[in-house]
Write a protein that binds this ligand. Sequence first.
Ligand SMILES: Cc1ncc(COP(=O)(O)O)c(C=O)c1O
Length: 394
Amino acid sequence: MPGFSTRAIRAASRVPSAPQPPVNVPIYASSTFEVADATELAELLEFARPGHSYSRYSNPTHAALEDALAELEGAEACLATSSGMAAAHAAVLATVRAGDEVLLPRAVYGGMVGLAAAVLDRSGIGHAVVDSTDLEALTDAIGPATRLVWLETISNPTTAMADISAIAAIAHERGVRVAVDNTFASPYLATPLSSGADIVIHSTTKYIGGHSDIIGGAILGSAAFIDEARHVLVNAGGNANPFDAFLALRGLKTLALRMDRHSSNALAVAQGLEGATGVERVRYPGLASHPQHHLARATLRDGMAGGMLAVEVAGGRSGGERFLDALRVAVHATSLGSVETLCSHPASSSHRQLSDDELTAAGLSPGMVRVSVGIEDPDDLVEDLAGAARAAAS
Ligand SMILES: Cc1ncc(COP(=O)(O)O)c(C=O)c1O
C-alpha cells in the first residue's frame, strides 16, 4: 500500500463528479490539468483542440468569464486578463509593431499615458495625442504610421464622450483600427463593437466586479484578433486568475441593477451640485450642460449616463484637497465603479506631476475632483458632496 503522503495527495486531488451542475461557475484553482498523452498536451498548448493544459494559457473559470463577456459585448471572442492595463497592453501589442504609432485621446486614463511613455516607447512604438472630440483634428492627426486609434466611451476623468461610429468610419477609411476602453460605460450602457469599433477592452476591476475587491481586465473582438492577443498574453503572462474571474462573473449578474442605480444616483448628485456653493462646474454626460449630452442620449442605454462625474470645486488644488478632507459618506480612494462612492483629486494624485497650465492643457483643472457615485441612498450622497464643496470654498 502506498505511504500516507502519496495516499493523501491522491485522495485530496480527486475531482468530484457533479451530476447536478452547480448554480455558480466553480473556481478552478488549478495551475495545471492532467493530459492523456504528449500529443494531447502539445495540441492543447497550441490551442489546436478544446480544453486546458496550463492556466497561463487557459482555465475553465476564465473561459466562463470570457464567454459571458463576449455574449454581453456582442463580440466573437474574449480574453480575460490580470488587469485592465494587461488588457490594454496585449490589445495594443496585438495590433502594432515597432515603427507604428498609436493615437491617444487628450482626455484618457493616466495609465494609458504611462503605458505609451514607459512601455510602448521602449519597443519603438510611438504615440500622438489629440482632442478626440474634435473630429477634424482627429482626422488630421492620423498619419502614415498610425495603426490604432484608442478611445474611451466616456473618458477618465473628464467624462468627454467618444463619437465611436464617426471615428471608426474615419479610421477605417485610412486602414486604421479602433480600440475602445468601455470601462466607464460597461456593456450594459454601451457596446462599442456594434458602433464599429474593432477592439474593446475593460478593466473588470471597476463596474463589472463592482465591489472594489478584484483586479482584472478583458479584451474583446473578432476571433482572429483574440487569437493574436492570446499569443501576446500567453507569452507575456498577463492571464487572469480564477478567483478574480469568479468574482467578475458574480459581478456580472447584478451589473444591470447596479448601473441603473449608479446612473440615477449620479444624475441626482450632478443636479444637486450644479450651481451649488463651492462648485464651479459639473461635468456629467447626463446633464444638458455637458458638451456631448446629445451623444450620450443617442448612444448610452435608456438615457442613462453611468456613475462617473467630474466636479470642479472652488479654490484650485487646495480646494480639491479640502473637499476630500470634508467627506463623511464618500470614501477618498482611487479606483471607481464600486458600490461605495469613491472620490479622488487628480491634481494631488494621478496627475500631481503636472503644473496648473499642464492640467488645463490635458482638459483637467486644478480643483477637479473625480466622483465615482456608488449605490448608497442618493439624499445622503447629495448632502455629503454638497457639504464638501462648501468646505472647499471656505
Ligand atoms: C478607464 C480605465 N481603463 C483602464 C484602467 C486600468 O485598469 P486596472 O487598474 O484594472 O489595470 C483604469 C483604472 O483605473 C481605468 O479607469
